[in-house]
Design a protein around this ligand. Structure first.
Ligand code: GLU
Length: 484
């Protein structure tokens, strides 16, 4: 009988949650949901020096924020726990002892210097260095002598020297590694902490993982892991190694390319649904031209068959475009909720807001929405509602404002506005269009100078709405200022 479909995400909590990790998690999550299987999350914290609780929290909260809920694992529990590797040391120890008793693994007392020497000799002979097998058949006496010297042994796996480790990768097709190139490798260090390759295999086997989908960087670990599966006698899962994420210059994505952690995108006010949508397209190509996918659509359509083995290039412009599509779906209330923290942080307003101020701000943010690809951009856009307008520097713009027709229109417009009792969009518009007719100037000749006087730019979203939102006092002040 086929085993129930089960995948996992197994991050090492050694730093901020990288966008590449989020994509691995997402592919697993989507498949689990698509196949109505189980998505498990466990923490691989055997690198004691680099693992932190803070990073674990960061990963968990990012997964939650992205809406990738898990069915089994840390926090939620399950029947195959514990789900943190440092809490599973006894399990690994038992498996190691089993291998030792079956003579599938052995103690190795070689020192770092001895290993280095053997390595160099092999290199000199033009060979790919592997463990030379020095301790593979020690007698009890030899082992005791080493113990007496105070050497602390590691444990190595006996690896076949002939044949291949072969598997059919979901992304890369048939992959083969020569056994002879692997060598007897360490499975447990002298501090009794198993190495990643060992712990990961034991966990995947105990946790009944059927498909291992992870980053390409682990492809070269797979032959070792297969050797461990074979030695332990467990079923080998199906592997799928997804490509690297590269920056725009086709080099491995790093800080140089901008934000690399999920947290940074969250802090910039990106929307989780948009990130999920974008990450899904990073390596997976859907059938048609569609680019905006709801979660339900992704779950329905996602398949490893359409995941490319080529490197994926992180394209911030595309992420921004996708995020923009999701921003457009927000209600005025949601848009305010997203942008408010940035506005507060910029010092433009302080909380709590009066009802009146909240309503005004909601309208302002709504008005700006066409210029917001993501939340934090609100600060730049909303500036004009709170700050003095800097003097114009562009000569062409200065020239427009100097023209007699511009001055005439601006000053007459300011006077008209002054007389308005109700200062709303309709009233402002009437005022403006009537004046155009009276003075006899058309479109651009009226709009450009007024916009320049108010914003320092010649283009932007609805002028009348903006004026209404500026209010009488600010508008008249800016118009008059431009005449000086
Ligand atoms: N803990 C490994 C990592 O964060 C993942 C290992 C795996 O998926 O097999 O890179």
């Amino acid at each position: 009988m086929e085993k129930p479909f089960k995948v996992r995400f197994a991050p090492s909590p050694t730093g901020p949650f990288h966008i590449g990790g989020a994509r691995s998690a997402l592919f697993n999550w989507l498949l689990a949901r698509h196949k109505k299987g189980t998505f498990l999350v466990r923490i691989e914290d055997t690198d004691l020096a680099r693992s932190t609780k803070e990073s674990e929290e960061n990963i968990k909260s990012a997964l939650q924020w992205l809406g990738m809920n898990w069915d089994e694992g840390i926090d939620v529990g399950g029947e195959n726990g514990p789900y943190r590797q440092t809490e599973r040391l006894e399990i690994y120890q038992n498996e190691i002892e089993r291998l030792l008793s079956e003579d599938k693994a052995y103690y190795c007392y070689c020192s770092a210097e001895e290993l280095e020497k053997s390595r160099n000799e092999q290199l000199k002979e033009g060979k790919t260095p592997i463990y030379d097998g020095h301790c593979s058949h020690l007698t009890v006496e030899e082992a005791q002598a080493y113990e007496k010297e105070g050497r602390k042994p590691v444990i190595r796996l006996r690896v076949p020297t002939e044949g291949t480790f072969a598997f059919d990768d979901m992304v890369r097709g048939h992959v083969e590694f020569q056994c002879a190139g692997v060598g007897d490798f360490i499975i447990m260090k002298s501090d009794h902490i198993p190495v990643y390759n060992f712990a990961v295999v034991v966990d995947d086997a105990y946790m009944k993982i059927t498909h291992v989908i992870r980053a390409e960087e682990h492809l070269s670990n797979t032959p070792r892991q297969i050797a461990i599966y074979q030695a332990l006698g467990y079923d080998i899962p199906v592997f799928g190694h997804i490509s690297l994420i590269l920056g725009s210059d086709h080099k491995k994505m790093s800080k140089r390319h901008g934000a690399t952690s999920v947290d940074e995108y969250k802090k910039m006010g990106y929307l989780p649904d948009a990130i999920v949508n974008y990450l899904a397209l990073l390596g997976w190509s859907p059938k048609g031209e569609q680019e905006i996918f709801s979660r339900e659509e992704l779950i329905e359509q996602f398949s490893m068959k359409r995941v490319s083995a080529n490197d994926a290039v992180f394209d911030i412009e595309k992420l921004n475009w996708i995020n923009f599509q999701y921003m457009k779906k927000l209600s005025p209330e949601e848009l305010l909720e997203l942008t408010l923290p940035f506005i507060v942080h910029a010092g433009y307003i302080s909380l709590p807001l009066s009802k009146e101020k909240e309503d005004w701000l909601k309208e302002v943010v709504w008005y700006l929405r066409e210029r917001l690809y993501y939340g934090s951009q609100v600060v730049e856009q909303i500036k004009m509602f709170f700050e003095e307008l800097p003097p114009l520097t562009d000569d062409a713009y200065i020239e427009i404002l100097k023209q007699e027709t511009s001055k005439q229109f601006i000053s007459a417009f300011a006077e008209r506005l002054e007389q308005l009792d109700t200062f709303d969009e309709v009233a402002v518009k009437n005022c403006f269009t009537e004046l155009m007719k009276e003075i006899g100037i058309k479109g651009k000749a009226a709009f450009e100078p007024v916009r320049l006087a108010l914003t320092g730019e010649t283009h932007g979203p609805g002028l009348y709405t903006m004026i209404a939102l500026f209010g009488k006092e600010k508008t008249i002040h800016l118009l008059k200022q431009s005449l000086l």
